[in-house]
Design a protein around this ligand. Structure first.
Ligand SMILES: [Zn+2]
Ligand SMILES: [Zn+2]
Length: 293
């Protein structure tokens, strides 16, 4: 970090770039709200005058933020403002450049056709505007490279008008401590390890071991009934839902086809969670067809 960057009012490059994105987001939000409000007026008149509506809306927004408050919406959110040394006239010119630049890009061809009463003049003007746009894009790219080195003026217009951004709140510069970063890195590493290891662990197996260690979880009264009961309140012993393709496995309880087969495949010593009956072989798992009441 050079000496000038540590000066009072230094704004990080990332905040300046973020503020530009936030501005566009705020504008598109405003425009979508306006379009939603007038959607029953008729789409044809709206689309015909879209460049004018666009320019008007943008002008109002920029006049209220950049010209009046000396910072755009995005800049206000990130506690940036234009330096007090920047004159109001330069801010006004900046707003006009932003609004007219966009409007001309969309309308120059039509305006030239009307003014010169000639189709070719309109075409020629459109081509000129295209060339200007390409030049603008190239200069924007070059400006970005200079911006990344110097850290001020993220856009060409700001550089042209020397609109220097400063932090409006010295104490609130985005600062992240080294301790915070280390903690974040450690946590992410741990979370990644968990997401890799957890699927490899047979949770069902540990579940059944714990269940066997807790004798109170097994209801011995059930063991005395030997008849398989299947009625509308019967639930699967594994997933606790009404069983899909109900299967019986030696005791009087039922489970879904998928639940019991997957449980047995994961843990060959699988026992019924309700009565503790252990499945001796896969042959014991048989479908239940009879439905009572
Ligand atoms: Zn089930
Ligand atoms: Zn059972």
């Amino acid at each position: 970090m050079s000496l000038s960057e540590t000066n009072k009012g230094y704004v990080p490059r990332i905040s300046q770039l973020d503020s530009i994105i936030l501005n566009e987001e705020a504008y598109s939000l405003l425009k979508s709200q306006l379009l939603a409000a007038v959607k029953y007026v008729g789409q044809s008149s709206l689309t015909r005058f879209e460049p004018e509506i666009d320019a008007g809306l943008r002008y109002i927004l920029l006049k209220c933020t950049i010209q009046k408050a000396r910072s755009s919406i995005g800049q206000q959110l990130l506690q940036i403002k234009y330096d007090d040394l920047v004159s109001n006239k330069r801010l006004r010119n900046y707003v006009l450049l932003l609004v007219l630049g966009r409007w001309l890009k969309q309308r120059a061809g039509n305006v030239a056709t009307v003014v010169f009463r000639n189709e070719n003049a309109g075409l020629f003007t459109s081509q000129c505007i295209n060339v200007f746009e390409i030049l603008y894009m190239v200069s924007q790219l070059l400006n970005l490279l200079v911006f990344l080195k110097e850290g001020i003026y993220p856009s060409v217009f700001e550089r042209m008008l020397r609109l220097k951004p400063v932090s409006s709140n010295i104490r609130n510069i985005r600062k992240l401590s080294y301790v915070y970063f280390t903690r974040e890195l450690l946590w992410h590493g741990f979370a990644e390890l968990l997401s890799f290891v957890l699927p490899l662990i047979n949770v069902q197996y540990f579940h059944s071991i714990v269940r066997r260690l807790l004798p109170s979880a097994v209801d011995n009264d059930y063991a005395e009934e030997q008849e398989v009961s299947f009625h509308q309140h019967t639930t699967c012993v594994v997933c606790n839902c009404p069983p899909t393709l109900p299967h019986n496995y030696g005791c009087q309880h039922l489970a879904c086809y998928y639940c019991i087969h997957s449980s047995y495949a994961l843990d060959p010593t699988y026992s019924c969670p309700l009565c503790g009956h252990t499945i001796e072989s896969k042959v014991q798992i048989i479908p239940v067809y009879t439905v009572k009441g």
